[in-house]
Design a protein around this ligand. Structure first.
Ligand SMILES: [Zn+2]
Length: 92
């Protein structure tokens, strides 16, 4: 199978917040929808970091798991949450 991906940032002055990647077993596409300017966030990483980190973690986890997709997604979200470290406040 031959796949071609293309994404672009919503605004030229902002990073591309989308993630797309594939393995022979799966394709992951995340649309990093961003958030309104001025909206408070306790995360210092940003939407692009989150979508890219979650997408790559999900692809890797899918390749090493026989679990159901919802379980793999939940585990991937937990993994990415742990990567925020002490500098991010995920509760606010
Ligand atoms: Zn963060």
């Amino acid at each position: 199978m031959h796949l071609i991906f293309a994404t672009e940032p919503a605004h030229a002055s902002r990073p591309n917040e989308d993630f797309v990647g594939a393995t022979p077993e799966a394709v992951v596409l995340l649309d990093g929808a961003g958030h309104p300017s001025g909206m408070a966030s306790g995360c210092s990483h940003g939407v692009a970091w989150y979508s890219h980190t979650l997408g790559s973690t999900l692809l890797a986890t899918l390749g090493n798991s026989s679990g159901q997709f919802d379980e793999v997604l939940a585990e991937s979200i937990k993994t990415v949450s742990s990567r925020h470290g002490a500098i991010c406040d995920l509760v606010c």
